[in-house]
Design a protein around this ligand. Structure first.
Ligand code: S3P
Length: 190
C-alpha cells in the first residue's frame, strides 16, 4: 500500500471518487487501475490512517479499540476529501459512519464495489491484517457485515458488481458506470 499522490493536476476528474465496499471487494485493486486509466493519484485510506498513527490497523484495534480507529478514520477521510480529486479507496467501515458518509456525499462521488459472499471469503482468506476477520468464522462475519452494510452501501452514487474475474474488466465496467452517471467521458487515455 503506497501513497501514490502526486502534485500533478487531476485531469478531467471533477471530484474524488471514493470506492466503498466490504473487505475483499477489491477497492485497492480496482482503484489502482481506475487511477491509472484516469491519470489521477490513487490514495488508500487505510494506508493513510496507518501512516498518521504510526501503527498498523491491527495494532490500533488491539491497543486502542475500534471506536478509536473510527475516530482516526473519520479525521483522515475528512483530510483526504479536502485534497485534489483522486481515486480514494475507503476502508470497508468508512461509509457506515454517518458523518463520513455525508462528507463523501457532499464532496465526492461514491462507487460501491458490490461482491458476493464467496468472492469476499476467497479474497480475504489467509490474510491477517484485518482485525474484524481475525476472530470467529470469517464467512459468518462477512455475511453479517453484508446484512448490515449493503443497504447503506446502496446509497452510493454508482454500484458495480465485482467478482473473481479479471480486475481490468471490472475497472472498465466501473469507468463506464461512472461516465454514465456523469454523462461524459473520463478516460485520460489518448
Ligand atoms: C474495515 C475494513 C478494513 C479496515 C479495517 C476495518 C471494516 O479496510 O479499514 O480493518 O470495518 O470493514 P478494507 O476494507 O480496505 O479491508
Amino acid at each position: 500500500m503506497n501513497d501514490q499522490r502526486d502534485p500533478s493536476p487531476a485531469g478531467q476528474l471533477p471530484k474524488t471518487i471514493v470506492l466503498v465496499g466490504l473487505m475483499g471487494a477489491g477497492k485497492s485493486c480496482i482503484g489502482r487501475r481506475l487511477a491509472a486509466r484516469l491519470d489521477v493519484p490513487f490514495v488508500d485510506a487505510d494506508f493513510e490512517i496507518e501512516k498518521a498513527a504510526g501503527l498498523t490497523i491491527a495494532e490500533i484495534f488491539e491497543k486502542y479499540g475500534e471506536a478509536y480507529f473510527r475516530d482516526g478514520e473519520r479525521r483522515v477521510m475528512t483530510r483526504l476529501l479536502q485534497g485534489e480529486p483522486c481515486i480514494l479507496a475507503a476502508g470497508g467501515g468508512a461509509f457506515m459512519d454517518a458523518d463520513t458518509r455525508k462528507l463523501i456525499k457532499d464532496k465526492a462521488l461514491s462507487l460501491w464495489l458490490r461482491a458476493e459472499l464467496d468472492t469476499l471469503v476467497a479474497r480475504t482468506k489467509g490474510r491477517s491484517h484485518r482485525p474484524l476477520l481475525n476472530s470467529g468464522d470469517p464467512r459468518e462475519t462477512l455475511q453479517q457485515l453484508m446484512d448490515t452494510r449493503y443497504p447503506v452501501y446502496a446509497e452510493a452514487d454508482v454500484a458495480v458488481d465485482t467478482g473473481l474475474d479479471n480486475p481490468n474488466v471490472t475497472a472498465s465496467r466501473a469507468l463506464d458506470a461512472l461516465e454514465k452517471h456523469l454523462g461524459r467521458s473520463l478516460d485520460a487515455a489518448p
